[in-house]
Design a protein around this ligand. Structure first.
Ligand code: HEC
Length: 101
């Protein structure tokens, strides 16, 4: 019985993942992490829309490696203690959304 329930649950979860698409789940994850831990300080810093730090002309992160390093640096600074996989998700989100490297 338990195994039947497990099997059915797995089947629906697989279906949901196929329907939504794993990309969406990853992107939302990174977006959520970013909204929760990052944007407030950047907004305070710029006195408005914090996202402008990613699109300004003299932005710091010039390539994927620098972007990742900056995400890691800022997540340390804000003591979120992110794992490598969380750093990767947010790096990917920022790149898809703003940097396009
Ligand atoms: C306590 C404040 C603070 C927090 C919290 C913070 N940052 Fe930052 N962030 C900064 C400062 C300061 C800079 C550098 C701005 C400068 O030198 O002009 C920066 C710059 C950046 C840049 C580089 C922008 C560019 O110019 O290309 C990235 C990427 C970034 N932050 C990501 C993050 C991420 C991801 C988080 C969430 C974990 C985060 N930051 C949280 C203060 C913060």
């Amino acid at each position: 019985m338990t195994s039947y329930i497990m099997h059915t649950t797995m089947k629906y979860m697989t279906l949901i993942i196929i329907l939504i698409g794993p990309q969406t789940i990853l992107a939302n994850d990174g977006k959520e992490l970013h909204e929760m831990h990052c944007i407030e300080c950047h907004s305070r810093m710029t006195g408005g829309d914090g996202h402008v730090v990613y699109t300004r002309d003299d932005r710091i992160a010039k390539n994927m490696r620098e972007l990742q390093a900056r995400v890691a640096h800022c997540s340390n600074g804000s003591s979120t203690t992110w794992s490598e996989s969380e750093i990767n998700k947010v790096t990917e989100y920022l790149n898809n959304q703003y940097y396009h490297y």
